[in-house]
Design a protein around this ligand. Structure first.
Ligand code: IPE
Ligand code: IPE
Ligand code: MG
Length: 229
């Protein structure tokens, strides 16, 4: 009898953490850590696309990140804008579909406009979906979803799931967090119910497509039981 094919991950999410510590180790400003973090995003998205991943969800800005100094928040916003301006052409032409999870409309109008143009530009693409979590908090997402579900009828796990920001994505297979922290920080709490988790000490700016490839490889050896046996 032939051996069953290992099950490949369809949807991977990453908590991109450690930009600040990466910079601190080098006595550099935090902003530079974030800048290097963007370079890691570029490489990892290229890798995900080449590896044929259906969906990659990246935690870029949490509902709690507003607690950071104004200057850092504004650095992150301008990096986001610059990333869209510099990389959208490449990703759009490569078939990537951009999606945002989270309440991104709370951002400044120029960011919202740029993001919406990028979403519209890639809406017809059928390659990898890049879901970027902006002003995202899982508790906020679940509260919004539950409100919509309640307006339509009875609340059940299914009716809530259908209203989550991730409703159109494949089920979450693998959640990765960089930088050695072992917590979810309000990311995909619902979706992670049966996701596999991997925590690495690598700081986000040092994370490469090769690390993603290794994680996908390791995923194929995980035995998922979903409570059964
Ligand atoms: C992750 O890096 C980037 C964002 C949260 C936007 P951090 O800025 O959290 O880096 P550390 O955790 O301070 O090292
Ligand atoms: C999680 O990282 C949020 C993002 C990666 C965008 P944080 O650095 O904000 O998380 P905590 O504060 O260490 O839990
Ligand atoms: Mg952090």
């Amino acid at each position: 009898m032939s051996k069953a094919e290992p099950v490949r991950a369809r949807h991977v999410a990453i908590i991109m953490d450690g930009n600040g510590r990466w910079a601190k180790k080098r006595l550099m400003p935090r902003a530079l850590g974030h800048q290097r973090g963007v370079e890691a995003v570029r490489k990892v998205v290229r890798g995900a696309r080449e590896m044929g991943l259906e969906a990659l969800t990246l935690y870029a800005f949490s509902t709690e990140n507003w607690r950071r100094p104004e200057e850092e928040v504004s650095d992150l916003m301008s990096l986001m804008k610059r990333f869209i301006l510099s990389d959208l052409d490449e990703f759009a032409e490569a078939g990537v579909r951009l999606k945002i999870i989270g309440d991104y409309k709370a951002f400044k109008p120029d960011v919202v406009e740029l993001v919406e143009k990028a979403i519209a530009r890639t809406a017809g693409n059928s390659g990898t979906t890049l879901a970027v979590a902006l002003n995202y908090g899982s508790q906020d997402e679940i509260a919004r979803a539950a409100t919509r579900a309640a307006a339509k009828g009875p609340i059940t796990p299914e009716t809530i799931a259908a209203e989550l920001d991730t409703a159109d994505l494949p089920p979450l297979d693998l959640l990765i967090r960089t930088s050695g922290e072992v917590r979810l920080s309000n990311f995909l709490l619902w979706q992670a119910a049966y996701a596999e988790m991997m925590f690495t000490d690598v700081l986000w700016p040092d994370f490469t497509a090769e690390h993603l490839r290794d994680a996908l490889e390791a995923f194929t050896t995980r035995e998922r039981r979903y409570g059964g046996r």
